[in-house]
Design a protein around this ligand. Structure first.
Ligand SMILES: [Ca+2]
Length: 217
């Protein structure tokens, strides 16, 4: 009798265990796979600017500045949107043509004719003159650049907001260049948590920039 009961209990545990394996393990795998897919949707490397930790270098991002360096550009390890780091640009005087800009140093090949979104979280302090911006350039096979999309933040002071810039990859595009910068304006602007991907796949908020349409240039 006791042996029968033991056998029944063992069988019950075995069935429960089988159901757990059949139901919960695939669910767990699907959840992990969805999370991985969501991460992969961002085509940029090091979008949160966390690597390497410490110092002024930012893996996969390059800083481009006009000579004279009137725009101060650095890594901020105190004020950031996520993690421990953001980049910051600051200008005390507005000089036409003077700029500082952060650009991804490498991008995957983007599909011609497709609409992508370039986005970033940004924070502003005492911004005057020309607002900070996101810009997208397309280069043809001869290396000729063309501005194909642009979005701007507002002026003054604002806490972390998300700015987006939608763009269509032209048929004659050989490569795309993305940039986030400050040019001809004064004040201080931070950028953190960049994003690049299919414009339809972006789930983030749109505080600055155009939600669906792409500005024609
Ligand atoms: Ca960060």
């Amino acid at each position: 009798m006791t042996q029968n009961l033991t056998t029944k209990i063992q069988k019950l545990f075995s069935e429960v265990s089988l159901k757990v394996r059949c139901v919960f393990i695939p669910m767990f795998c699907m959840a992990v796979s969805a999370l991985t897919a969501a991460t992969k949707d961002n085509l940029l490397d090091n979008p949160g600017l966390e690597e390497p930790s410490g110092g002024q270098k930012v893996e996969n991002w390059e800083l481009v500045q006009t000579q004279g360096r009137l725009v101060q550009c650095s890594v901020d390890e105190e004020t950031c949107h996520s993690g421990r780091r953001a980049v910051v640009l600051e200008a005390a005087e507005a000089v036409a043509g003077n700029y500082g800009e952060w650009r991804p140093s490498s991008l995957p090949r983007l599909e011609a004719g497709k609409t992508y979104r370039f986005a970033v979280w940004t924070k502003g302090s005492h911004l005057e003159g020309r607002p900070p911006y996101l810009e997208v350039y397309s280069f043809d096979k001869d290396g000729e650049p063309r501005l194909i999309a642009q979005a701007q933040t507002k002026l003054g002071d604002f806490d972390w907001k998300r700015i987006v810039c939608n763009f269509n990859v032209p048929k004659d595009s050989d490569r795309i260049r993305l940039g986030a910068g400050l040019s001809g304006g004064t004040g201080k602007v931070w950028f953190d948590d960049f994003w690049l991907g299919d414009a339809q796949g972006d789930q983030g908020p749109v505080d600055f920039g155009e939600k669906l349409t792409t500005k024609k240039f």
